[in-house]
Design a protein around this ligand. Structure first.
Ligand code: CA
Length: 317
């Protein structure tokens, strides 16, 4: 029997975050124990409301949601990526106001409490700017080794960064708060990086979306409605791409099943000072750096297997 992956998902919901919540809720080998929210794609208040709405859409309103930070450590919130995720962060689709509310506990405190209550059992999966996790580690550094794994959607090692960032080789999550990424990378946690190297080429195509729209349940069809905005944004940024990057869902999938990825172990750091390179991931791939290794870096993914699993969840309810 497959072992259950007990997960805390830190989200800036966000369209691909919504798809990641879907994957975590619907996958039979994942138990979503809590969602924590942050800024990034949209402001934290909206990301929190969106998280509650999506969980309710998925019939998972029982998952506790804790609201977290609303900005990076040393810079104010930049306003998000409404051109990619819509003015409301979920493709300008109106979902019913959520009936459930937040826990009242700060996201960083939820992360600390759950780590201490379940040592060695939980996988922490941050798929937004990583400030909540860094804050938790700053408050309680001892939790670094209490997670089974910390599987992060962040980094860009051998691929160009995304459209629109002033730093040409950075991923948006870490670019939003490089200091937070530095704190997490140097924490001693068991880190897996699911970066743009593997997420950018993992596409949900319009043909796949059409299939879900024809055969999926209400939640899956609604998610496709939301995702339409994201696909249109991708088409504007990358003409001819014919789909959207499944960044956050791939991170959740690899957290549950690491065999979906090919990994290399490296010392990974983040550039904090460069005028042109702030937020860039720097992986030391020299064999002499072995004693410094701090992260398993996904360098390739079994895309067909992940996509067929994701499609199965989207079309078989
Ligand atoms: Ca995200």
């Amino acid at each position: 029997m497959t072992e259950m992956c007990r997960m805390i998902l830190d989200v800036d919901t966000g369209i691909d975050d919504a798809l990641a919540l879907f994957y975590a809720v619907r996958h039979p080998a994942i138990s979503l124990e809590a969602a924590t929210t942050t800024y990034g794609n949209i402001d934290t208040d909206t990301a929190t409301t969106n998280t509650l709405k999506i969980l309710e859409l998925l019939g998972a309103a029982n998952v506790p949601v804790s609201k977290g930070v609303d900005r990076a450590f040393i810079k104010p919130f930049h306003g998000g990526a409404k051109h990619v995720h819509g003015n409301n962060g979920i493709g300008d689709v109106d979902l019913p106001a959520p009936r459930a509310g937040v826990t009242g506990e700060h996201a960083s405190d939820t992360i600390i409490r759950l780590a201490k209550e379940h040592p060695g059992e939980l996988t922490l999966c941050p798929v937004g700017p990583i400030t909540n996790v860094a804050l938790a580690l700053a408050k309680a550094p001892e939790i670094a080794r209490l997670f089974r794994k910390v599987v992060i959607m962040g980094s860009a090692i051998a691929v160009p960064g995304v459209h629109g960032l002033p730093s040409p080789n950075a991923d948006p999550n870490w670019f939003n708060d490089p200091e937070a990424a530095h704190i997490v990378l140097t924490s001693g946690a068991d880190i897996t990086l699911v970066g743009l190297d593997v997420t950018m080429p993992t596409l949900l195509t319009t043909a796949m979306m059409d299939k879900v729209t024809q055969t999926g349940d209400h939640a899956a069809r609604t998610l496709m409605q939301i995702t339409r905005f994201y696909v249109d944004a991708y088409e504007t940024m990358y003409p001819g791409i014919g789909g959207c990057g499944l960044h956050d869902p791939l991170a959740v999938a690899i957290a549950q099943d690491p065999s979906l990825a090919t990994m290399e172990r490296h010392h990974v750091a983040i550039e904090l000072h460069g005028e042109l390179t702030r937020g860039n991931t720097v992986a030391d791939r020299r064999s002499t750096a072995r004693h410094l290794h701090n992260a398993d870096v996904c360098v390739d993914a079994d895309r067909p297997r992940f996509l067929s699993e994701f499609m199965r969840l989207l079309t078989e309810s």
